[in-house]
Design a protein around this ligand. Sequence first.
Ligand code: NAD
Length: 306
Amino acid sequence: MSTLSDVTVAVLGLGAMGLPMATNLVTHGAAVRGFDIAQPRLDLAAAAGVTGCGSAREAATGADVVLLAVRNAAQLEDALYGPDGVVATLPAGATVLLTSTVGVEAVREVADRLAASGHRIVDAPISGGPVRAGEGDLLVTVGADDDAWTATQPVLDAMAGTLVRVGDKAGDGQAMKTVNQLLCGVHIAAAGEALALARALGLDPALALQALMAGAAASFMLGDRGQRMLQAYDEGGAEVKSRLDIFVKDMGIVTTAAKSVHLATPVAAAAEQLYLLGEAQGKEAVDDSAVITVLAPSIAVTGKEN
Ligand SMILES: NC(=O)c1ccc[n+]([C@@H]2O[C@H](COP(=O)([O-])OP(=O)(O)OC[C@H]3O[C@@H](n4cnc5c(N)ncnc54)[C@H](O)[C@@H]3O)[C@@H](O)[C@H]2O)c1
C-alpha cells in the first residue's frame, strides 16, 4: 500500500471530526465509505463525496483501513463489538485506525482483542478541531507497531499537518493525547474565566479578546474558543464544534491517569469541575465554549446541537 488512491477507508462516526476527516480524505483521492448512526450526518457526508452505507459492517466491507471517529469508549465498543460491530466481518489483516480519545487502558484492552482476531490497530488520537481536520492539518500522535504504521501511513499523512509517532504500541498515542488534553481543558477553562472577568469589570469582551491575543496571554484555545464565547454573549451560543461533554470525558481521562501514577493535577481537577458543572446544568451537547456561561450564568445559551 503506497499511495492514498490505492486505499479504501471506512470512516465510522461522521460527527464534528469524522465528517471533515472523511471529506479531506476524499479530496486527497481516497475511496471513502462512511457510516454514522445519525442519518443527518450520513446525508452531510454523502453531499461531500463520501459513499454512505447503511451499516458499519457494510462500510467496512472491502476496506483496508477502518477509521474510527466515535466520541467515547462506549461508542467504540459498540462500533467494534456491538450488534453491527465490524470486527465480526472484518477480514484478517485489516487495520483499525482509532482517532478517538478514549484513554490508554481502553485502547490497550481493544488492542489485545483485535490482536486475538488477527487485526491490526493504530492508536492515533487527533488534535486541532474540525476546521483543521478538513484541511488535513491535525496533530496526530501515534502509537503503532511497524506493520500497522506502514499500513496506514498514506491515510495518516493526509490527515496530519504534524504526525508524531510517539511509541510502537497502542496506548502510546493516547498517553500523549492525555497530556495534550490537560492543557486544552485548562486553557478553555482559563479563557472562559478571563473573558467572564473582562465583562464583569465593564470591558468590551471583543476588544479584550483582541488585546489579549496580541500579548503574552494568547493561546490557541483563547483565540478559537474566545470567539465562540463572544457568540454566547451576542447570539445565545455557538455552532457545536466540540460538545461540552467531550471535556467531561477528557478531563476524567486526565485526572484518572494522573491518579494512577500518584501525581497531583490540581489545575486540571479544577477545570474538570467546570465541565462537570456545565453537564449538570444540561449543557452537555452544546459547544464547550459554553463553559463561560457556567461562570456567568446571566448569559443565556439556547443550545445548538449537532
Ligand atoms: N470536536 C473536536 O474539536 C475534537 C478535537 C480533537 C479530538 N476529538 C475527539 O474525536 C472524537 C470524536 O469527536 P467529535 O467531536 O467528532 O464527536 P461527535 O459526537 O461530534 O461525533 C461522534 C459521531 O459518532 C457517531 N456514532 C456513535 N456511535 C456510532 C457507531 N456505533 N457507528 C457509527 N457512528 C457512531 C455519532 O452519531 C456522532 O455523529 C472524540 O473522541 C473526541 O474526544 C474531538
